[in-house]
Design a protein around this ligand. Structure first.
Ligand SMILES: [Mg+2]
Length: 227
């Protein structure tokens, strides 16, 4: 958490003050639940999925559909934990439908994945102060790398949707690095892309383990934002 002691209107204003003071060469920045609130987007994605599922003849209530989703998610994670694929909605929906129908429903699996991310992306909203924070970094000449678990395709789409495409220098996904946070590979790849050392950057994220431990284990100064 940021220490108190200076006034701020949002979490990013506080971080920007701190960055301006410590003047790092670069900032590593988490995406999900740092730059936007994940929960409402996920809920919107699942709602749109359930609508598509129902239109295709599915008879589960929304609550039951979400329960099946959660169970399928856990089964996928049993074989993919620590990899970007462990977050794959495509695999979750494939497993969910296999559990219901006893076979891989290729067409509906693809449709549910499209519906989920469509609903998710439509609901995405930048956190207050996030854009101003990135603009401040630009103004200060501080380079940025987004460091994010999940596959590159959807993470790039989220950043594009939020209008941040021109405000970040690099994106590093766990798909590209080969492992989710807090494994060091993703942070090391970001440092390599930036051409910087651990003590030249600050890492900002929302998760004390994935971001906090991942960064500090490498000697990176880490700030966990107050959501
Ligand atoms: Mg996060």
């Amino acid at each position: 958490m940021m220490s108190d002691g200076f006034s701020h209107s949002n979490a990013f204003a506080a971080v920007a003050d701190e960055i301006a003071r410590s003047a790092p060469k670069g900032v590593l920045l988490d995406l999900d639940d740092t730059l936007y609130a994940y929960g409402p987007c996920h809920a919107a994605g699942l709602r749109r999925c359930h609508e598509r599922f129902t239109a295709a003849g599915g008879t589960l209530s929304h609550e039951s559909f979400c329960d099946h989703y959660g169970a399928a998610r856990e089964r996928v994670k049993e074989t993919t934990r620590g990899q970007a694929a462990s977050h794959s909605r495509l695999l979750y929906f494939q497993r969910l439908l296999e559990g219901l129908g006893g076979r891989t429903d290729i067409g509906l699996t693809l449709e549910l994945e499209t519906a989920y991310w469509g609903g998710f992306i439509c609901a995405i909203e930048l956190r207050p102060g996030a854009r101003e924070f990135l603009e401040t970094l630009r103004r200060l000449g501080i380079h940025t790398a987004i460091v994010t678990d999940l596959t590159a395709r959807i993470q790039l789409e989220k950043l594009d949707r939020m209008g941040l495409a021109k405000l970040v220098d690099f994106v590093v996904s766990s798909e590209e690095a080969g492992a989710d946070k807090p494994a060091p590979a993703i942070f090391l790849l970001a440092l390599q892309k930036l051409g910087m050392k651990p003590d030249e950057v600050v890492l900002i994220g929302d998760d004390a383990d994935r971001d906090g431990r991942g960064g500090t284990d490498l000697g990176i100064r880490t700030v966990i934002i107050d959501k």
